[in-house]
Design a protein around this ligand. Sequence first.
Ligand SMILES: [Zn+2]
Length: 329
Amino acid sequence: MLFVFLPPMMSRAGIVLDYSGDTFFANNPTAKAALEAAAADVNAAIDFSCLGVVTDDVITGTNGGSSVDFTFSKTYINPADGVTTQVPSTQIVAGQINVFAGARTFGGNTLGEGSAGGTGLGLGITDASDGSLAGAYANAEALEQHSRGGGPIVLSASGSFGGNSFAFNQGLHTGSIAFDDDSNWHFDHTTAVAAGLNDFYSVALHELLHVVGFGTSASWQSLISGTDYLGAEGIAANGGTGVGLADSSGHFAMGVMSPRISDGVLQEVAMDADITVGTRKYLTELDLAVMRDLGLKTVVASAVPEPSSLAFLALCGAAFCGRRRGLVT
Ligand SMILES: [Zn+2]
């Protein structure tokens, strides 16, 4: 008998896109390719392997005859209609974030929307005669699984019930990304952005960083003071000073510049609140510095493949295309 020893899978799955319920991408394969390319670039630049496995919607702590249940219901914003929707199961593979993708009609100049998932928590007690021990056991297990052991804390919850107390942190689990279905899009991420069109790849990149906590997490909020971002990695990447914010919506101020990770050329960051029509943006050092502040590792720049259409950007700078800008929320 022949035995073959296989090395362990060294997969860094990161963002995994889910198109269930979507019709937009089914009818726009070029747009889907651009979204997939943006997700691949995020997964190449950010290491999500610290995120632990989630196996249980219901976590029960027992002690003697006492029992306490924590029942989690994870939610996401359905990209097709904007309705908060419960995830069928919160089971999540280690290192993975499940992201629902779709499109709907946004008002105004809004091009897209990215959001991290939410959490509902139900608490149940069967016989609390042990004081709070059963609850403490349940809380410890809930904290271990649903914080995912690392990365951004999306939200924190604490309180008390029936003599028990709970305090847990929700990590990244599920999110959603939605695009405006009637904007003037340039879908093809392998060609230069045509004049007068909004670049789908750039908006996808921007919204995916929101999905993984940029501007959407408790960890982000903890690093904000007034209109300044004060995360240590962000300060370091910004020449030693805090980074100005656009508003309270989780964006850098318009026009903040940083070197692209692919080639070091200065570019407006991906994570300010808008994009110049007719241009494309890629990840910059400052965008990734925030992800380190949020608890994720980032991959060295040399490991990130250079985008194939980078050369076109220089041909279509902001001055050339004007400053008519589309909002990305
Ligand atoms: Zn945004």
